[in-house]
Design a protein around this ligand. Structure first.
Ligand SMILES: *Cc1c(COP(=O)(O)O)cnc(C)c1O
Length: 421
């Protein structure tokens, strides 16, 4: 459920007509709903109410400082995957003890940053990384709390580019080698083993792969404890999918997921961490764009809009579907057209949807891509020298620009021409 609904024929974000924001900030822009972000965070928090837990928002989904602050104020921890994200989390007021650090390629500088600034744990993904972290911690005269990310070899049955828990994926250590790797970690004085981490992929629409992975984690917990390790925390990753197409069957709810987690892992006496990203932010955001031209091709009708693949890359990168709706609600029973909705970038891949049924639209009309709050703005680029588009946060009847559109001067001033040219 989200808070982007028609009221009096106008698509609103909570109580604000999106057309009013468009008139104020210009198109295209991202708009997020504070009530939806809040609701989604609480669903996860409540789903694990029966166990000691922390919901660590995977901030790579949407790392705007205002979004982070809103979630942090609700009690969220953060899952970060770079020094830049760590700095953002801290800038948003998240204390170090609520930040977990994931990722296969943490540098020594990033490790130092987190150890000095405060960290809940590192989710370590390889033995070379373990050795590096040990060195950095010892040099700082401290001890780094770690979990080891295990790869349970389950197929999340999701998009190729976002499956992470199969043998052939680059993430974690094979679960078959876990005992060896934990023994290695235990010999390193700069590390303190506290638990196990797993994350099998993103946009999962079935609980079965999660349950298969978590059952393996339960077995491994017993095994590692028998080997003498302290396993007091289980980080279960993120990955629960969202309904990108409203016409499809709905994926499992956070409450179903939480019940399964408690059933499979609830008796181990461990603190549970989860790292949802997409489910918290995805349906909490839309991208609003204006139709520049309606172009009648020989076999196609093209709606050329002012947003492009550089603003929202998911369709070009993953073949992803986004529901598209007009800001002016279509009259009931209105005739529909099959439009190809494309951006201005000079690539055929700059196509948001093909043969999408929509009521008749014309140049100047505004449409919204739904489910654009996660992996939208954060993946944007300035390809074709298109400035990053603004982000707006709505709460009730108020809205604020939470990232302004840069000026062209700001863009150009980032480059320098050497004096010898
Ligand atoms: C991307 C990622 C997540 C979040 O995945 P979602 O599908 O957005 O919930 C969580 N943990 C790790 C380690 C990730 O890489």
């Amino acid at each position: 459920m989200d808070h982007f609904l028609y009221k009096s024929g106008q698509l609103h974000a909570e109580d604000v007509p999106l057309a009013e924001i468009a008139a104020s900030v210009g198109t295209p822009f991202y708009c997020y709903s504070a009530a939806t972000l809040t609701r989604h965070f609480r669903l996860f928090d409540e789903a694990l109410a029966g166990v000691d837990h922390l919901v660590c928002y995977a901030m790579k989904a949407n790392s705007n400082l205002a979004v982070l602050k809103l979630l942090a104020d609700l009690g969220a921890g953060m899952d970060v995957v770079s020094g830049g994200e760590y700095r953002r989390a801290r800038a948003a007021g998240v204390p170090g003890e609520r930040i977990v650090f994931s990722g296969v390629g943490k540098t020594r500088d990033e490790m130092r940053l987190a150890l000095e600034g405060g960290i809940r744990q590192f989710n370590v993904e390889s033995e070379p990384e373990m050795e590096a972290l040990n060195d950095v911690a010892l040099a700082l005269g401290t001890v780094a709390p770690i979990t080891v990310r295990v790869n349970p070899d389950v197929d999340a049955k999701t998009h190729e580019k976002i499956a992470t828990g199969r043998k052939e994926d680059k993430f974690g250590i094979p679960i078959s080698r876990a005992r060896e790797v934990y023994a290695h970690a235990a010999r390193l004085p700069g590390l303190k083993v506290i638990g196990i981490d797993v994350h099998i992929g993103s946009q999962l629409t079935d609980l079965a792969p999660f349950e298969a992975a978590y059952a393996k984690v339960a077995d491994l917990t017993a095994q590692l404890r028998a080997d003498g390790h302290e396993i007091s925390r289980l980080d279960l990753g993120g990955g629960l999918g969202i309904p990108y197409e409203r016409s499809n069957a709905d994926p499992p709810l956070p409450s179903d997921y939480g019940a399964m987690v408690q059933r499979v892992l609830g008796d181990l006496g461990c603190e549970i961490e989860i790292e949802p990203g997409r489910l918290i932010a995805g349906n909490a955001g839309v991208l609003v764009t204006e139709v520049i031209y309606l172009k009648e091709g020989e076999e196609r009708e093209f709606l050329i809009v002012d947003a492009a693949m550089n603003d929202l890359v998911r369709p070009a990168m993953y073949g992803a579907h986004h529901d598209i709706v007009p800001l002016d609600e279509a009259a009931p029973g209105a005739e529909t057209h099959l439009y190809d909705i494309v951006g201005p970038v000079c690539e055929s891949g700059d196509t948001f949807a093909k043969r999408r049924a929509l009521s008749a639209l014309a140049a100047g009309d505004l449409i919204a891509f739904r489910s654009a709050g996660a992996y939208g703005a954060v993946m944007a680029s300035e390809y074709n020298s298109r400035p990053l588009i603004p982000e707006v946060l709505v709460s009730g009847d108020q809205f604020a620009v939470i990232r302004a559109r840069p000026t062209f001067d700001e863009m150009l001033n980032r480059d320098t021409i050497p004096e010898w040219l």
